[in-house]
Design a protein around this ligand. Structure first.
Ligand code: HEC
Length: 192
């Protein structure tokens, strides 16, 4: 009985937190919020945007050598299928107001596979928050290359090749090295 009530309680909390995730100062965040990754603004290795028109403030944190707290509306992407969006202060204290998204972009259009806060898991079974919270506090859950997170199995050249082959973007030439990196990646990945 206790367990059942606990389960109900957790479901209710999840239900409300999912509802709450739909709207804040950034308006409704849905599949139409996201598009071709390379049309965002490049900042270091990843791409950024700001849903509240505050792109300069997002870039300033992304390019700061000492870190900082990203402003609400910040959108961060390293690869086409995984996104972090910053909500208003206090929206979700545990994740420092970041919402995690996994997108499906294979068809050339965006759909949201999963979204949420501390519970969100990617298609490889990895919990976004569990890795990103390892970043030292001044980096606001952004892992980068050396902020303290467990590494992901992607070389820098693989990351560039994945960014260049977002099916939502116009096709671009790949170097031989990038093509090889994608082949190596396909061989290393379990069939999905
Ligand atoms: C195994 C740990 C791990 C998991 C699980 C994980 N990430 Fe990451 N993520 C990283 C690391 C490490 C980087 C930096 C990689 C690099 O720059 O080479 C990164 C980079 C990113 C970035 C670019 C900004 C940054 O932190 O450098 C975003 C956005 C991101 N991940 C979103 C997600 C989302 C959304 C999920 C879940 C759907 C997720 N990640 C799951 C470890 C992880």
């Amino acid at each position: 009985m206790y367990l059942r009530n606990l389960f109900l309680g957790v479901s209710i909390v999840l239900f409300f937190s999912m509802n709450a995730s739909a709207e804040d100062g950034s308006g409704t965040i849905d599949a139409s919020t996201f598009g071709c990754i390379s049309e965002m603004t490049r900042a270091g290795d990843f791409y950024v945007d700001n849903l509240q028109g505050n792109l300069a403030a997002t870039i300033a944190v992304a390019e700061s050598p000492t870190g900082g707290t990203y402003p609400p509306g910040s959108v961060i992407q390293l690869v086409p299928t995984e996104v972090m969006v910053k909500h208003e202060p206090g929206f979700n204290a545990a994740t420092r107001d970041w919402e995690f998204f996994e997108l499906d972009v294979a068809s050339g259009a965006t759909s949201i596979k999963t979204r949420g806060f501390a519970e969100t898991v990617n298609r490889f079974g990895g919990n976004c928050f569990a890795c990103h919270i390892q970043a030292r506090p001044e980096w606001d859950l952004i892992c980068g290359k050396d902020h303290g997170c467990d590494p992901i199995p992607l070389t820098p050249i693989m990351i560039i090749a994945i960014q260049k082959t977002d099916p939502r973007c116009a096709a671009v030439e790949l170097s031989a090295e990038e093509t090889d990196a994608l082949k190596a990646l396909a061989e290393a990945m379990p069939a999905q």
